[in-house]
Design a protein around this ligand. Sequence first.
Ligand SMILES: [Fe+2]
Length: 132
Amino acid sequence: MVFKWTQALSVGVDQIDDQHKELFARVNKLMDAIKSNSDKNVTAEVMEFLEKYVEVHFALEETYMERYDYYEEEKIVHEKEHEIFRQNFAELKKEFVKSGASKSFNQKLQDHVCSWLLNHISKVDTKLGQFL
Ligand SMILES: [Fe+2]
C-alpha cells in the first residue's frame, strides 16, 4: 500500500497540509520500524510521537472549526471521526504494549491508521478546507 501525501489531499490551508504531510512521514516511519523488525522501543517511540502529534493536529482542525463557525452538523461528524481515531489508536497501543507487532497488529495499523487517514483527509478534511 502506497501511503503518500499528494496534492489531491490538499485542504488548501498550509498549516493543516503541513501537519498532514508530517503525519504521513511519521506513519511511514512507524511502518518501516515494524517492517524492519527494529527494536520494540523504536516502534513504541514512534507510536508515542504519533499519538501526541495527532492530538495537536486534531486540536488545530477543531480550533479552525470553532473560529470560523463551521456548520454545526459537519463539526459534530468531524469531531466524532477524530474521537474514533483516538479510540482505535489507544486500542492499537494497548495491543502493541501487550504483544508487540504481529500480523493482526499490522493489519489494524493499515486499516485504522493508514486507510483511516487517507479516507478522513480526502473526504472530511477537504470538506472543511472548502469551507475555510
Ligand atoms: Fe480532521
